[in-house]
Design a protein around this ligand. Structure first.
Ligand SMILES: Nc1nc2c(ncn2[C@@H]2O[C@H](COP(=O)(O)OP(=O)(O)OP(=O)(O)O)[C@@H](O)[C@H]2O)c(=O)[nH]1
Ligand SMILES: [Mg+2]
Length: 317
């Protein structure tokens, strides 16, 4: 059973060609097509790739990720960079409130032709992440930007997983992020290439940095992950973050890009794992929404069949 819809292919192909040629409207269209039907877009989008530095920006809710992203855009633009942002919003696609907030925080850049900002809502009843996100990142990479920034709230495993599609992962914390154990459980500390302690204007900054260093040395078994202090609202320290990003990029490109290649290999595996997970979940939900499922349940309830035979039968059917 294939979920692809071949009638969409010409539109996807056209949008992709426009995207690669630098047409922003085509890119916006392509992202919508990817959201609507990632399975159909995949073979076309996967053929393109660019030279963007893909940067994941994650961390607890309210740490200042969007504000920092806005400030980082300013800094990268000053160096002549062309920047795309994908803000992955955990709120329901119906509320849209936070998305509007992000737009406002990044509003200085909305009219800049060399900045492209897109918000996408995570969907799914169990907070599963938008099926389109990995391919959207790939599409943005194809569009000729120097930097692709992906903002995602590090609240759950699926959100943290998005960061794995990046070349460089920035974990943003703020003083009072407090329950460090929670962050470790969420796997947030392990994945950092760079830590940012944002809201460095707050009084308990030094204590928060010390606490972080104590924690991540324990987690990562090494102490060479940089900790950058920023005040995103005033752009203080943002140039240090930009420098740290460039350093990490240089590291990835050393020895003929050995590290970058191994990262991208991991990313390829992650793309497939991700597609598998989304598609299997989609099929499971399809089965559960069907009348066949309800009838099978009745049989189990009144003892005519057992749960495992029923489940296996539903999969076969
Ligand atoms: N004092 C201070 N406040 C900041 C700083 N950076 C951001 N804020 C404020 O913190 C609040 C949250 O900022 P956001 O940028 O929306 O944080 P976020 O991490 O993107 O939030 P979510 O996307 O909802 O997880 C806003 O009121 C910001 O103005 C900072 O450096 N210092
Ligand atoms: Mg945000």
């Amino acid at each position: 059973m294939l979920t692809r819809q071949t009638d969409r292919l010409p539109a996807i192909r056209e949008a992709h060609e426009g995207t690669v040629a630098g047409d922003r409207n085509a890119l916006a269209r392509l992202l919508t097509l990817i959201e609507e039907d990632p399975a159909s877009a995949s073979p076309i989008v996967w053929t393109g790739s660019g030279a963007a530095h893909i940067i994941g920006i994650t961390g607890p809710a309210g740490a200042g990720k969007s504000t920092l992203t806005g400030a980082l855009i300013t800094s990268l633009r000053a160096d002549g960079g062309r920047v795309a942002v994908l803000a992955v919003d955990p709120s329901s696609s119906f509320s849209g409130g936070a998305i509007l907030g992000d737009r406002l925080r990044m509003s200085n850049h909305v009219l800049d032709p060399d900045v492209f900002i897109r918000s996408t809502a995570t969907r799914g009843s169990r907070g599963g992440l938008a099926a389109s996100v990995p391919l959207a990142i790939k599409a943005l990479d194809s569009a000729g930007f120097s930097h692709v920034l992906i903002e995602t709230v590090g609240v759950g495993q699926s959100e943290i997983d998005i960061a794995r599609f990046a070349d460089t992962i920035v974990v943003v914390l703020a003083p009072g992020w407090g329950d460090g154990v929670q962050a470790i459980k969420a796997g947030l500390l392990e994945i950092a290439d760079i830590f940012v302690m944002n809201k460095a204007d707050l009084p308990n900054r030094a204590q928060a940095v010390a606490e972080l260093k104590g924690l991540y040395v324990g987690v990562n078994n090494h102490a060479d992950v940089p900790v950058i202090e920023t005040t995103a609202t005033t752009e203080d320290g943002v140039s240090d973050l930009r420098d740290a990003l460039m350093d990490h990029r240089s590291l990835l490109l050393e020895h003929g890009g050995e590290l970058l290649k191994s990262r991208r290999d991991q990313t390829a595996a992650e793309h497939v794992r991700f597609a598998l997970r989304v598609e299997l979940e989609r099929r499971r939900e399809g089965i559960m929404a069907s009348g066949v499922f309800d009838r099978a349940i009745e049989k189990v309830a009144d003892g005519r069949c057992d749960p495992w035979t029923t489940a296996l039968g539903l999969i076969e059917a």
